[in-house]
Design a protein around this ligand. Structure first.
Ligand SMILES: NC(=O)C1=CN([C@@H]2O[C@H](COP(=O)(O)OP(=O)(O)OC[C@H]3O[C@@H](n4cnc5c(N)ncnc54)[C@H](O)[C@@H]3O)[C@@H](O)[C@H]2O)C=CC1
Ligand SMILES: O=C(O)C1=N[C@H](C(=O)O)C[C@H](O)C1
Length: 267
């Protein structure tokens, strides 16, 4: 099978650089474009040199290729509408990994997925996506527990992360509220909020050092506690998941997919 040609959007970032490095080492893909913001100080530099793997002949550029097998986006929320519009215009399959954007962008993604295949997931990590399945199972089993089960989601990320809570924490919250029916989403607590209602999921965003991402989901009953914890030790779990998703999209019809589809975790 021919390698999938790839454009990486946000190629000079923390994630972009790991994608360039892993993509360069992967014979199943061929990196053909490393797209960056028009104001990036890295424009013109070789993407491989920046990523620490030596010269690969792909310069960082604000220009888009005319043709490519798939686009992977790890950039900033404000840039995602533009990525979606470009991919729609050129019919490029698209993997969206950026987090922290709002409803307008979500709607644009859903609309684009009527025309092109899109994989959108807040975490490309295999273990995070398995943990989401486990959270769904736990949520269903505890939904009608007589003592009630309090759900708290604690996430830890590096000091440079700009959105909070993480897209993954919100994803866990969606999966659990679909299973258990909570209607309130509370972000941190202070003052005297009173006795904890059961109809609530609590989110706590910790920002510290260089943590590449860690999520703990607490199901607190009276008398026992279940915790699911999933932690990255580096960013390669996200980068390799995104490369798998880009390959997977190749033969897919237009539609909105996520990593549960890519990893075969959806029944
Ligand atoms: N879904 C997943 O598995 C993961 C998602 N993320 C998300 O990916 C995003 C990027 O994360 P990092 O790499 O840590 O951030 P970063 O800040 O290191 O990189 C973002 C890059 O995007 C570039 N950029 C900004 N505007 C642009 C534009 N208009 N066009 C092209 N490039 C542009 C920046 O110059 C920068 O190089 C964040 O939203 C983060 O939450 C991060 C890790 C895993
Ligand atoms: O910004 C990050 O680093 C990460 N962001 C994603 C998120 O917001 O969930 C995924 C991962 O946790 C790393």
């Amino acid at each position: 099978m021919k390698p999938t040609t790839l454009a990486i959007h946000g190629a000079a970032g923390r994630m972009g650089q790991r994608l360039v490095a892993l993509g360069h080492a992967d014979p199943a893909v061929e990196l053909v474009a490393a797209i960056e913001s028009a104001s990036s100080p890295n424009l013109g530099r070789d993407a491989g040199v920046l990523a620490g793997v030596g010269e690969i002949g792909v310069p960082l550029s604000a220009d888009w290729p005319q043709s490519v097998g798939a686009v992977i986006d790890f950039s900033v929320p404000e840039a995602v509408d533009g990525v979606v519009a470009r991919c729609l215009e050129h019919k490029f399959p698209l993997v969206i990994a950026t987090t922290g954007f709002g409803e307008t962008t979500r709607n644009a993604i859903e609309e684009a997925a009527g025309v092109i295949p899109v994989c959108w997931a807040p975490s490309m990590s295999l273990t995070v996506n398995i943990a989401m399945k486990l959270a769904e199972v736990a949520g269903r089993a505890l939904a009608d527990h007589p003592t009630g089960a309090d759900v708290e989601i604690i996430e830890r990320h590096h000091r440079f992360k700009e959105d909070s809570p993480s897209g993954t924490a919100l994803g866990f919250g969606r999966v659990i509220s679909d299973a258990m029916g909570q209607h309130q989403h509370t972000h941190g607590r202070h003052g005297r909020p009173g006795v904890r209602p059961h109809d609530e999921i609590g989110y706590h965003a910790v920002r510290t050092g260089d943590n590449p991402g860690e999520h703990t989901i607490v199901f607190g009953l009276l008398g026992e506690t279940l915790e699911l914890r999933v932690a990255a030790t580096n960013r390669d779990c996200y980068a390799s998941g995104a490369l798998v998703a880009a390959r997977w999209l190749q033969d897919k019809p237009a539609g909105l997919y996520d990593m549960q589809d890519v990893l075969g975790l959806r029944p």
